[in-house]
Design a binder for this molecule. Sequence first.
Ligand code: XIL
Length: 374
Amino acid sequence: MTMQRREVLNWACGACVGAVGLARAQDGLGLNDAALGSGRRFGFAIDPGYANKEPVKSLLRQHAGVITAENAMKWRNIENVAGVSDYTRADWVADTAERLGAALRGHTLAWHQSTPAYLSTATREVFAVAQTAHLQAMTARYRGRIHTWDVLNEVIDGDQKNKSGLRESVLSELWGEDRYPELFELARASDTRAKLAYNDYGMEQNEPWCERRRTAVLRMLEQWIKRKTPVDVMGLQAHLDVSRKFSATRLSRFFDELRALGLGIQITELDVRDALQPGTVSDRDAATAALYKDFMDTCMGHAAVEMIVMWNVTDEESWVNRGVQAPRRPDGQPMRPTLFDMQGQPKAAFAAVAGSLRQAAVPFDLKNTNTKHV
Ligand code: XIL
């Protein structure tokens, strides 16, 4: 779609959604349009249930150039009962990405937390057959529609007593750590065009435990690449926290280390928690926006960073304010982790991210990475 036509559509859409649309119009380009300026994409994780309702629906139209299924493509959500697969919600997300003209990230083919409960007591043989079948079914079903697959999610544990740096889980026990590269080989054999990512959290900030996780992931990826594992991308979840230290220099060096292995980088689940941040809402929002700016400027200053995906669209449906994962703030208030408040209005973080995207210091450039796939 040409920029002009897109702007007309955005304008028309803004006119029907009132305040949200007005905020968008005043701010000029949408976030994905801003990202395209430096050859990158910007987007959001969504699930059916909230993605088709206002204000999320309009915000997606205005700002989304990438879509990830928050939960709908996870194994447990597809096949909760042995042999009974339901792709309705996953298909809906894929169709929504298509309607938006957005790239689709597949999330995630193997993850200890999304392994169906019925397999937790399976033998290694039964598990291997089931995991392989699931991976092949997903990659075949969405073949040609997936920009990047998160093949494997969260296997690092920098504090593991056995010093392997790898997490002990249902996946390490039943599939086997030594066989993680096979997941990538299976995915590549089934979908030759999608980029293949390893995705993990806790590697973006400047804390000793993040350092241990960075060391562990680099060691693992180096071994995989030595044995010619088809891994193209490191997905950094970037669930950030204002109460943790951040160093642009350190993060940038980590990006260099990943790139030196030939990997591209995608920011896959960005949000910022403020559970411990004191002060008024505007104090909290200012601190959050400052971390968003530092983080985004670092990303926009590195040629290997290809896309930024937010984990959820507004504070209302953010996972940190939903369910059991969310320890509430001491004052009982919800957190303000996303770019848009409970009503879908842009916050200080929105301006920070928009500014960073627009002023990207270094364009995305695949040179010197292993990735040939688009
Ligand atoms: C989370 C979802 O947001 C929640 O709704 C769900 O209950 C648990 O999973 N890392 C990941 C994501 O890779 O899949 C997780 O998503 C958040 C942490």
